[in-house]
Every structure is written in C-alpha cells, then in structure tokens.
Design a protein around this ligand. Structure first.
Ligand SMILES: Cc1cc2nc3c(=O)[nH]c(=O)nc-3n(C[C@H](O)[C@H](O)[C@H](O)COP(=O)(O)O)c2cc1C
Length: 176
C-alpha cells in the first residue's frame, strides 16, 4: 500500500511508551512535518516547542492541569511518560490558527507513524496553559507574545501495538 495511506491507516493513539528516547534525526523530521503543514494564506504562523520527559516544566503543567480538573492522582500523566512532547502555539488574532494547528499536529502524528514511532495528541492541558498561569507557561515554553498554546503531541516508542479505531463509512456522503 502507499506509504502515506499506510501510515494514516495504522496510526492510533499510543498511551504507553518504552523508555527509549527518539533520535535527533527523528525529532527533526517530526518538526519539519509540523512546520511543512499548510497554513491559511500561507501565514506560517505556527511555533513548536519541544520538551523532553526530564524537563521539570512537564511536571508543572501536570500539576496545574490536575489543579483545574481536581484530579490528584490520575492514572497517568498527560504525556503518558513519552520521551518527547511537542507543544504547538499559534497567533491568537489569526482566525485560522486552530485549524492550522490541527493540520500540523496530524502531520506530526502521521510522520511519527511513518517513522515507526507512536504518538498521542494532547488537548487536556489547554486550560492549564491558557488559564491564570498563561504568562508563566508562555515564558517557560517560549511561546511568543500574541500567541496561544493550541495543541500538543507526545511521541516515543510504542510499548505495545494497538488496533486502529474503526469508523462508520456512512459518515461519507456522496452527491454523485
Ligand atoms: C484535538 C484532540 C485532543 C486530544 N486530547 C487528548 C488528551 O488530552 N489526552 C489523550 O489521552 N488523548 C487525547 N486525544 C486523542 C483522542 O482521544 C484519540 O485520537 C481518539 O480517542 C481516537 O483514538 P485513536 O487516536 O487511537 O484513533 C486527543 C485527540 C484530539 C484530536
């Protein structure tokens, strides 16, 4: 099967990772995939911040997320102990920012699958990163002025294989 279609079909969210880090070349390829994504009017406004699992900012984000959700001992942290997390931010005032960030994060997810890596898209930290402590987290994550965090993605080596989710083909309408 075509490699791109195969990666799209095989991708599913990975919520369990081995301890093996991803390589610099793999990270470069994922960042390229994210930044090569199309953006409305070719604005290319997206920024990507990379944090590795040892970085204390991840525990701070986890604590703030749990403060908001009132969950003190969730079964896993928000990035499932993946070795690397990519945070995508976009211009607050640009009306297509959320769509652009979504396209970018899926490019990264499909690229990760193509490289034999697992990934999971992470939205659950949105309130934590855009709430009372936005200025603090923006600075810590090097999110530029006038930007908001939009979406994150954790990547690493899958600890187990998973069957991709099924879908209802009736959701496709044809006017032919
Ligand atoms: C915008 C968005 C936000 C998501 N946020 C989270 C999240 O915070 N935590 C999580 O475990 N999964 C998150 N997911 C993953 C979805 O739960 C997952 O894609 C969905 O259940 C379908 O499963 P699959 O990815 O294995 O096909 C998110 C997915 C999307 C598209």
């Amino acid at each position: 099967m075509n490699e791109v279609l195969n990666a799209i079909e095989k991708r599913s969210s990975t919520r369990s990772y081995t301890g093996e880090p991803i390589t610099g070349d793999e990270l470069d390829a994922l960042i390229r995939a994210g930044l090569q994504a199309p953006t409305a009017t070719n604005r290319q406004e997206l920024h990507i911040t990379v944090a590795n699992s040892g970085n204390p900012i991840l525990a701070e984000i986890e604590a703030e997320k749990n403060r908001g959700f009132g969950t003190e001992n969730p079964p896993a942290n928000f990035y499932y102990d993946a070795p690397t997390v990519l945070f995508i931010s976009a211009e607050t005032a640009f009306s297509w920012s959320k769509v652009d960030a979504g396209i970018s994060v899926e490019n990264i997810a499909v690229a990760a699958e193509g490289l034999g890596l697992g990934s999971v898209i992470i939205g659950c930290v949105k309130n934590a990163l855009c709430g009372d402590k936005k200025a603090y987290f923006d600075k810590a994550l090097k999110i530029p002025e006038g930007y908001d965090f939009e979406i994150a993605i954790a990547v690493g080596h899958k600890a187990a294989e998973k069957i991709p989710h099924a879908y209802d083909a009736d959701r496709a309408m044809s006017l032919r």
